[in-house]
Design a protein around this ligand. Structure first.
Ligand code: FES
Length: 101
């Protein structure tokens, strides 16, 4: 695992918004949750909805398709912790956004 550039800092989503990115052959959602940037798999485990097109509500990423809510820190679904997405460490250096993937 190594830190890999996923985006420029200027591409990051606004406060309490999410956005989709590609990195290392994967689709990644970066969410700005109350000012903290979180990187999580973009593909919802329910039916594959794109989390990066979802909303942030009460600190959770809400899938735009059927509303499953995902914890951006643990990667767990709010209603079922056994449903768990990968989350990735994220850092910003010199205007670049890097995730460990
Ligand atoms: S695909 Fe995400 S809630 Fe259904």
């Amino acid at each position: 695992m190594a830190f890999t550039k996923i985006a420029s800092q200027s591409d990051l989503p606004a406060l309490n918004e999410a956005r989709e990115f590609s990195c290392a052959g994967k689709e990644i959602c970066i969410a700005n949750v109350n000012g903290a940037y979180r990187a999580i798999d973009n593909i919802c485990l329910h039916q594959g909805g794109p989390l990066g097109q979802g909303m942030i509500e009460d600190g959770k990423i809400v899938c735009p398709w059927h509303g499953w809510q995902w914890d951006p820190v643990s990667g767990e679904a709010a209603h079922n912790p056994r449903a768990k997405l990968n989350v990735y460490p994220l850092k910003i250096e010199n205007g670049e956004v890097l995730i460990e993937i």
